[in-house]
Design a binder for this molecule. Structure first.
Ligand code: ASP
Length: 634
């Protein structure tokens, strides 16, 4: 009999389902212990597995806490035994029976309830089940993710999903409790609002009452939380859903959850202390200890040392070595003398074969190779420049067996010296240097991944936290030929960079504008090379806010149109304030050791932003469209 026939045979044999009535369960299925032996208990749950041994049928009954073995004995109760013959996996039962110690040799030390079994005395069949697309109890069978998402309610029955969702609950609760203890109020902010600029596209909700007008779902509660500070709420937090219409990646969801908070009268230290406090609470709740305080690094230093604004501290940083190379080396190796030369060290890689080194070339794209050239055959360089290489080894801390790679900008035909008095030329050369650092940083990460099995730095649970501070306020957008905000436009700049702002607004379409030199009072919290969250001290003075909007290319009219209400609010006694938001899904994913955000969200969307179970998005009826005064272009 195939599985489907077996199921329908079961269903045909079932005469009638029982009602729950007043029956109450006494234990969860994972809670029964040897100390319960001799007592009569009631369990309710799903048939995880059924083993028919003729006169004895064993059913592992499962709920979210685990399973307990139930025994149906033909001799003790032939009618019940006959009924159970027709039961299949995923049927829903209530069983009352006596707990007995299992006999010697049948105990299962791997199961929490493996010392005992329940001898069924009374039985209710609360529901049957169709043949499910997969069995939640089969932990070793590889599952197709699309099927899992389509039948999420069955997938959620799997112990792995229970563990993830339970972890999420525990971690969120720990964070809530911590923040409440620090004087934060949990306050909800609207979902139907107007656009909040976080750099993504908005999801829009059409208004029926106001034809042609739309609400935007919040990309973050940013403006509301600032208004709460203006409103004197002092400390706010929210486990907040945010909506961003972006191109999706494995670690993104169109709607996601932030631990969002804001404080009045803070310094950076106050905010960092709160975040470290709740992360400590969260990691402790998940069974891990973390080290505090987290180290700090300014953005410019992160770029120089790691070539990225979210350094992974589990591998060593890069070392500047240009000063150690003699002029003839720079000449012979065709290195651009105006650009940095860095040493990348990957520990414990061991000897590499010629072939392995050849394969390194493919780690950089064609475009990257135009920015960066690298030398991974250090022994060869050592033959010509033994002293320089010895010094580089020493400065970079390279030990026997470590991989050492030199990376530099390739020499251009017309490399002219930069005139230090020409501010624009200096900034241009800084941008070129930035490209060398960041490409070298990508090479460092690619090599780190490639030799992960050798250096083993990514194995085990090593949590390396870091604050990255002093981000640039503005980013050059080459396509648009203008400057955009790096964090969001409410971020305060360093007070002594106000002059640069005044100068910069005069050069809005120049990639070498002083705007590029402005540093923000913004900070990211980074864990093992992943950004967990960003925040900033905010602008609380109206004129400064208006200047920033101007720098972003918004004239007075546009400012009024988009942010008039906010610019007005800033004029009624706005206190200094600041905050941060961290991605909850990502934190739980890391703590659960999951490979994907979808594993820690009960009802996630696919990479194509669809819900396979609800089948969303869907077209709507013409009547609905008409009501909304919307016509869809076909
Ligand atoms: N609203 C910001 C974000 O979503 C966080 C913050 O600045 O507090 O990234």
């Amino acid at each position: 009999m195939n599985e489907a026939d077996f199921y329908s045979a079961g269903r045909k044999a079932i005469m009638q389902l029982d009602f729950l009535g007043n029956l109450k369960r006494t234990h969860r299925c994972g809670e029964v212990r040897a100390t319960d032996a001799g007592t009569t208990i009631t369990l309710m749950g799903w048939v995880n597995r059924r083993r028919d041994h003729g006169n004895l049928i064993f059913i592992d009954l499962r709920d979210r806490s685990g399973v307990t073995q139930i025994v149906f004995d033909k001799e003790r109760n032939p009618a019940m035994h006959e009924r159970v013959e027709a039961f299949r996996n995923e049927y829903v039962l209530a069983v009352t029976g006596k707990v007995e110690l299992r006999t010697e040799g049948t105990r299962n030390p791997k199961m929490a309830t493996g010392e005992v079994e329940v001898i069924a005395g009374e039985l209710k069949l609360l529901n049957e089940s169709k043949l499910p697309p997969f069995f939640p109890g089969d932990s070793n069978v590889p599952l197709n993710e699309e099927v899992r998402l389509k039948y999420r309610y069955i997938d959620l029955r799997r112990p792995e999903m229970h563990a993830n969702i339970e972890m999420r609950h525990r971690v969120t609760l720990a964070i809530r409790n911590y923040l409440a203890g620090e004087g934060f109020y949990e306050i909800e902010t609207p979902y139907m609002t107007r656009s909040t600029p976080e750099g993504a596209r908005d999801y829009l909700v059409p208004s029926r009452v106001h034809p042609g007008e739309f609400y935007a779902l919040p990309q973050s509660p940013q403006i509301f939380k600032q208004l709460l500070m203006i409103g004197g709420m002092d400390r706010y937090f929210q486990i907040a859903r945010c909506f961003r219409d972006e191109d999706l990646r494995a670690d993104r969801q169109p709607e996601f959850t932030q631990i969002d908070l804001e404080l009045t009268f803070p310094t950076e230290e106050t905010i960092h202390g709160v975040v470290e406090g709740f992360l400590d609470a969260a990691f402790t709740a998940a069974g891990y200890t973390i080290e505090r305080p987290f180290p700090q690094m300014a953005y410019d230093e992160a770029i120089r040392l790691y070539g990225i604004d979210k350094p992974d501290l589990r591998l060593p940083g890069m070392t500047e070595v240009k000063a150690l190379l003699p002029p003839d080396a720079i000449e012979t190796l065709l290195i651009d003398p105006a650009l940095p030369v860095v040493a990348i060290r990957i520990p414990k890689v061991g000897e590499l074969t010629r072939k392995e080194r050849d394969e390194h070339k493919a780690l950089l794209s064609e475009k990257q190779s135009a920015t960066l050239k690298f030398y991974d055959d250090i022994k060869r360089l050592e033959k010509t420049w033994p002293e320089a290489i010895a010094k580089i080894r020493e400065l970079s801390g390279t030990e026997e067996g470590d991989l050492l790679v030199l990376a530099a900008g390739p020499k251009k035909a017309e490399a002219a010296a930069v005139d230090a008095n020409d501010a624009a030329a200096v900034r241009r050369s800084q941008r070129n240097a930035y490209a060398v650092y960041t490409t070298a940083g990508q090479l460092r990460l690619a090599l780190g991944q490639r030799y992960a099995a050798r250096h083993k730095a990514f194995e085990g649970k090593s949590f390396k936290f870091l604050w990255v501070t002093d981000f640039p306020s503005f980013e050059w957008n080459a396509e648009g030929g203008s400057w955009t905000f790096a964090h969001h436009p409410f971020t305060s700049l360093h007070e002594d960079h106000m002059g640069l702002l005044a100068e910069g607004v005069k050069a809005l379409h120049d990639p070498n504008s002083p705007l590029g030199a402005i540093r923000a009072r913004a900070y990211d919290v980074v864990l093992n090379g992943t950004e967990l969250g960003s925040g900033s001290i905010r602008i609380h003075q109206q004129e400064v806010q208006a200047k920033i909007f101007e720098a972003l290319g918004m004239n007075e009219e546009e400012q009024k149109e988009r942010f008039g209400f906010f610019l007005e609010a800033l004029q009624y006694g706005t206190p200094p304030h600041g905050g941060i938001a961290l991605g909850l899904d990502r934190i739980v994913m890391i703590l659960a050791g999951a490979a994907n955000l979808r594993e820690v969200i009960a009802f996630p969307k696919t990479a194509a932003a669809t819900d396979l179970m609800m089948n969303a998005p869907t077209p709507v009826t013409d009547a609905q469209l008409k009501e909304l005064s919307i016509a869809v272009k076909k």
